[in-house]
Design a protein around this ligand. Structure first.
Ligand SMILES: NC(=O)c1ccc[n+]([C@@H]2O[C@H](COP(=O)([O-])OP(=O)(O)OC[C@H]3O[C@@H](n4cnc5c(N)ncnc54)[C@H](OP(=O)(O)O)[C@@H]3O)[C@@H](O)[C@H]2O)c1
Length: 214
């Protein structure tokens, strides 16, 4: 389930009003979960999972689940290491998948001149030490801490490079160093402009996940 908030039914993937605000549906995520469980019962899917759920919402799903979620897919990278949420998922038996694991340098709303994770001199320095690229060091960091990661690339040489991360190991100290780059910064929250101000698009929705600390 991509988000805890439900969007209006219909053919439009992202139903919006002219001002950019989303047309929501009042379906509760617990009811969506029950509908997804039927797909497992019918043998149409093997496993079901969550995305962008906070710890409280995960526990809410677990309290009613017949089929437990196998995964929570959340934004995660060295600028948003998600230590508490990752631990919470693992304690509850969910795997964690990191989306935008490289800091999503091509996200359309990137601020001009903004520093990218892959160009962070500390990451570049580590990459030189290991004779690897910055992307490989970050992917290795995710994998080595036990987080699944799904780097996206349309470039065949990078796709190949992103798989070549099983022939080296980061030291425990370097693992901690990378974790220390955390600045609890979400890069991937949908935003809209209201009265000239950029605001989180879904922040006022009762099921918006990111008003909780984790
Ligand atoms: N569940 C959710 O709500 C959610 C939200 C956001 C994203 N996602 C998923 O997460 C996946 C990845 O997220 P993302 O695309 O936002 O971010 P990302 O994987 O962190 O970054 C993708 C960017 O990194 C570049 N890149 C990839 N490998 C590289 C390398 N070895 N060296 C240098 N640059 C490299 C890509 O360039 P090129 O493509 O030009 O090579 C692209 O610009 C996607 O599959 C997406 O669908 C899920």
């Amino acid at each position: 389930m991509h988000w805890p908030m439900a969007f209006e039914r219909g053919d439009e993937l992202m139903p919006r009003r002219p001002d950019g605000t989303v047309r929501y549906d009042n379906t509760h995520y617990r009811d969506t979960w029950a509908a997804m469980e039927k797909l497992v019962d019918q043998g149409l899917v093997k496993a079901i999972g969550l995305s962008n759920f906070n710890a409280r919402q995960i526990d809410d799903i677990l309290s009613i689940a017949k089929h437990k979620p196998v995964v929570n897919q959340v934004e995660c990278h060295p600028y948003l290491v998600q230590t508490q949420l990752v631990s919470h998922c693992w304690r509850r038996g969910l795997a964690v998948t990191a989306y935008s694991p490289l800091g999503s340098p091509d996200r359309p709303w990137v601020t001009p001149g903004e520093a990218h994770l892959l160009d962070d001199p500390r990451v570049v320095g580590l990459a030189k030490c290991y004779n690897k690229t910055p992307a490989q060091v970050i992917i290795r960091w995710h994998i080595q801490r036990g987080v699944i990661c799904i780097p996206k690339s349309v470039t065949s040489s990078r796709i190949k490079q992103n798989i070549e991360v099983f022939d080296f190991k980061l030291t425990e100290e370097d693992m901690r160093v990378i974790e220390s780059f955390n600045r609890n910064e979400r890069l991937i929250i949908p935003t809209i402009i209201i009265d000239g101000q950029k605001v989180w698009r879904d922040a006022k929705h009762p099921h918006f996940p990111f008003n909780d600390p984790y």
